[in-house]
Ligand binder design. Structure first.
Ligand SMILES: [Zn+2]
Length: 198
């Protein structure tokens, strides 16, 4: 049985499946990646970028304004294969270690709760995410998959789902921040037309 799958462990009525092997491999891989990433953080190109971000923010935490706490550079997101310094400056933030810990914790919580959501709620959440993104980056454009997603977007723009679907109709199937603001400004009679258009 060495190396092969173990039989399920019988603990009374609870059957525990032998999931140790794949998790072990995943952990080892993650540890290896973390080590590789830690090496990249010593690279002079990252040290230079890091200093530039600190200087841009006058060595102050962007979130709490602290000048005393140790500072760190926070990445909004990671992409496989990119080095730490290959991200746009707008996605890098000067945060104190305390705030960085909070943001990291929240991101983990969002991921966990998202995984536990019902499928029906997923498009609405996607709508909120897209709505928030468009509030910050109105030039980007996204598809809206269903009414629930339109509701999520609408909540971010103080609009109804019908208005969002009307904006999608006007914009040839995609929504962007500017079109949403344009539709929001329309008088009510115009919005009514939007109900039949999707
Ligand atoms: Zn802070």
């Amino acid at each position: 049985m060495i190396g092969g799958p173990k039989a399920p462990i019988d603990r009374g009525s609870v059957q525990i499946q032998p999931a140790e092997a794949p998790i072990g491999i995943a952990r080892r891989k993650k540890r290896k990646m973390n080590k590789k990433y830690a090496e990249l953080l010593k690279d002079p190109r990252w040290q230079k970028k890091r200093l530039e971000i600190f200087q841009r923010e006058n060595f102050e935490c962007e979130w709490c304004g602290s000048k005393d706490n140790p500072l760190t550079v926070h990445h909004d997101y990671y992409r496989y294969g990119k080095t730490p310094w290959e991200y746009p400056d707008t996605s890098l933030h000067c945060l104190c270690e305390e705030c960085h810990g909070i943001v990291t914790k929240w991101k983990k919580e969002i991921k966990k709760h998202t995984e536990e959501l019902l499928i029906d709620n997923l498009t609405q959440l996607l709508g909120y995410i897209v709505g928030l993104k468009l509030s910050n980056y109105p030039d980007e454009s996204f598809d809206v998959y269903d009414y629930e997603m339109a509701q999520g977007v609408g909540d971010c723009f103080q609009m109804t789902a019908d208005q969002v679907l009307y904006a999608k109709h006007l914009n040839k199937g995609q929504i962007d921040g500017w079109m949403l603001v344009y539709v929001r400004k329309q008088p009510k009679a115009r919005r009514k037309n939007g109900k039949s258009a999707s």
